[in-house]
Design a protein around this ligand. Structure first.
Ligand code: FE
Ligand code: FE
Ligand code: ZN
Length: 291
């Protein structure tokens, strides 16, 4: 299994520190933003200790092909009518795909965006247009992994059929993958209590080969709440048993599984959560022990 978490990328150690942190948590893959998740300010690549980080990965036998970059979540390609935001999103994404490749990473997770009141079909057409332009000019081989969303606000990509239609209409579909987020799927109304049943459904609608990343999060809200608030593994409405079924699912053995669960105060929960998931045993007091 390939199990990891979201890891920060900041100075002075930059990428080298991110890799060291992931290894300290017992991870054999991880996901990072190339800068702050909420803005598009990015440091020059040559200041981010990329070569040192990649060398450290190699020395520790980590399979770089399983690593994941997440695009900043302010990128919105689902509303072409707001021209300044739309063109900024396209421009940034071209640069982000090139940055991702410069890190040696081949999977970039992207939120499909929000139609801001103009309807799902408008969102679909905007995303088709925007991504077509981006993928015709970035010149990389990076796979864009569109993430399944909870349906908060006017988000698009809330059900698998949206992606099915997108793929059937998109010219560069060979460069598109899907990132399945368990919290978002639950909040969107899917039953995520059994990985195997959910993957059967995924396979029926999209084909399993599209699945390129799993975000493994518990949820603070009930199924269908359309909220998107992540909870620590075993503390939410999805529960440990259901989430553990993803980790041991044979069809996910080659897919990076990434935790994006909340910090406990200042402390990252990932070492404890990953250890419980690997052992298949929930310790109901780990969170208290961390404080
Ligand atoms: Fe995301
Ligand atoms: Fe996610
Ligand atoms: Zn989320």
């Amino acid at each position: 299994m390939f199990l990891g978490s979201h890891i920060g990328l900041s100075g002075p150690g930059y990428y080298l520190s991110s890799v060291q942190t992931a290894l300290d948590y017992g991870e054999n893959t991880f996901m990072f933003y190339t800068g702050a998740p909420q803005n598009t300010l990015r440091k020059p690549l040559d200041s981010m200790k990329i070569a040192e980080g990649r060398e450290f990965l190699r020395a520790n036998g980590i399979d770089e092909s399983k690593l994941v970059v997440h695009a900043p979540y302010i990128i919105n390609l689902a509303n072409k009518d707001k021209e300044s935001t739309f063109s900024l999103a396209k421009e940034f994404l071209v640069a982000e795909l090139r940055r991702t490749e410069a890190f040696g990473v081949s999977r970039l997770v992207l939120h499909p965006g929000s139609h801001v009141g103009l309807g799902v079909e408008h969102g679909m057409e905007s995303l088709l247009l925007g991504l077509d332009e981006v993928l015709s000019q970035d010149g990389t081989k990076v796979t864009v992994c569109l993430e399944t969303m909870s349906g908060k606000g006017s988000e698009v990509g809330v059900n698998l059929e949206f992606f099915q239609e997108f793929l059937s209409r998109f010219s560069y579909s060979s460069r598109i993958g899907i990132c399945l987020d368990t919290c978002h799927m639950n909040d969107a109304g899917y039953d995520v209590s059994d990985a195997s049943a959910l993957l059967d459904e995924f396979d029926r609608v999209l084909g399993l080969s599209r699945l390129q990343v799993v975000h493994l999060n518990d949820s603070k809200n009930v199924k269908g709440a359309h909220k998107d608030r992540h909870e620590n593994i075993g503390y939410g409405t999805i529960g440990f048993k259901a989430l553990h079924s993803f980790v041991v699912e044979p069809r996910l053995a080659e897919i990076p599984i990434i935790l994006e669960t909340p910090y406990i105060g200042e402390k990252a929960p990932y070492q404890q959560e990953i250890s419980m998931l690997r052992q298949g045993r929930f310790d109901s007091s780990w969170r208290e022990k961390l404080i």
